[in-house]
Design a protein around this ligand. Structure first.
Ligand code: GLA
Length: 387
């Protein structure tokens, strides 16, 4: 892949100079959904699919971007002295946001760059292609300009850029999972203080199968920011009766005692999901450590139900694919993953049942939704790397 992309880079931008290549993964979240902006736990892992970049410094202040995925757009121009957000700039808003964030932190990139990107994360699938580009850009800037930044910094810079440059109020999960990913491990992250531990993912004779509904999920125009606001409203009401900083501090029992303080029934449902999902995530990691995959699967199923009925972020496509998945032989658990409103589900399926599972769920989905779903049997990969 590296050689092929370097050849492509030279074809687009010309030969000469020091050319370097980088990779950052995508991510899938196993459990702990919509908890990361509520001070709760998440349990994501990095994938072996992701985004590649090839780059070279320039002698002027120009930025030139090219995506192998959007060849028809050609080279898109920018300039390091003109980083103001402009929606019309399209996908380069992601890398530009990272340079802009660094500038905000007093880290000045003094010269321009040519950068080629290529991603094999299905676009708009909810496997974090945007966070992958963000962390990847942070990594290449760190390496090219010898910046003193940790991988955790790269995650925070990515999130800052997403929140303040691209206007999506996301939590830290995606960028953290990508920047800190480790082969065959999921990350048990407490988003309240960013303490984390790696958990071995030993699925014995099972595999992680991602279920792509092919219903595109645009975070910006989705109801993501609305859900955040509803949780904040619930928290403000709760804070009148109990001393907490986040919903993640509450146990299920405490929530049941205090929930009446939440005025709006909708916000009460949203908060219930945040509290119960956080506790489910803690239980799921414990179950996995004890080798109890069955229980892990049951908690995944409960997670989906809560996202469907209390958080209301699933929608017809995700519900259809997860329902179909749960009716198959050899399935251990299935749920939506990521923000919701389309995108992907994640399931754990016994090795010897995978082929039949994919076939049957595919047929059922197409029959009910009218277009096809895609399936990926995935491996858990490492974090970002210099190639
Ligand atoms: C998106 C956001 C994350 C997280 C998930 C839902 O992926 O980027 O921060 O909130 O949705 O769990």
């Amino acid at each position: 892949m590296k050689e092929k992309l370097i050849r492509e880079f030279k074809k687009v931008f010309g030969d000469g100079g020091e050319i370097k290549a980088y990779f950052a993964p995508g991510r899938v979240n196993l459990i702990g959904e919509h908890t990361d902006y509520n001070g709760g736990h998440v349990f994501p892992c990095a994938l072996t699919i992701g985004t590649y970049a090839v780059t070279r410094k320039r002698k002027d202040t120009k930025l030139r971007f090219y995506s192998v995925n959007f060849k028809h757009l050609g080279i898109l121009d920018g300039d390091i002295t003109k980083l103001e957000y402009n929606k019309k700039d399209g996908w380069p808003c992601y890398p530009k946001g990272i340079i802009w964030t660094l500038k905000n932190r007093g880290i000045d990139i003094s010269e321009g760059m040519d950068i080629l990107y290529y991603g094999n994360i299905p676009n708009g699938s909810g496997l974090s292609s945007s966070a992958s580009i963000e962390v990847l850009t942070g990594l290449l800037l760190r390496d090219m300009w010898k910046l003193d930044l940790t991988n955790q910094d790269l995650a925070l810079i990515g999130q800052y850029s997403e929140n303040h440059y691209n206007g999506v109020n996301c939590g830290i999960m995606d960028q953290f999972a990508i920047a800190m990913g480790k082969k065959n491990k999921a990350i048990f992250l407490d988003t309240a203080d960013l303490k984390y531990e790696y958990a071995d993912i030993d699925l014995k004779d099972s595999k992680i199968v991602i279920l792509n509904t092919n219903k595109r999920r645009g975070l910006g125009d989705s109801k993501y920011n609305e859900r955040r606001t509803e949780c904040e409203e619930a928290l403000l009401d709760l804070q009148k009766v109990v001393e907490i900083k986040t919903l993640g501090e509450l146990s299920e029992e405490q929530f049941e005692i205090y929930k009446k303080a939440i005025q709006s029934p909708i916000c009460r449902k949203r908060a219930k999901h945040a509290v119960y999902e956080n506790q489910r995530t803690i239980k799921a990691v414990k179950a996995l450590k004890e080798g109890n995959l069955e229980e892990f699967g049951q908690l995944m199923i409960a997670s989906h139900k809560s996202l469907q009925y209390d958080y209301e972020v699933t929608g017809k496509e995700l519900d259809t694919i997860v329902d179909a998945a749960l009716r198959q032989e050899g399935v251990i658990g299935a749920r939506m993953t990521g923000a919701g409103f389309g995108g992907c589900g994640v399931s754990i399926v016994k090795d010897d049942a995978v082929d039949r599972f994919v076939k049957n769920v595919g047929i059922e989905y197409k029959k009910k939704i009218g277009y096809r779903a895609d399936f990926y049997v995935v491996e858990i990969g490492d974090g970002p790397t210099i190639l």
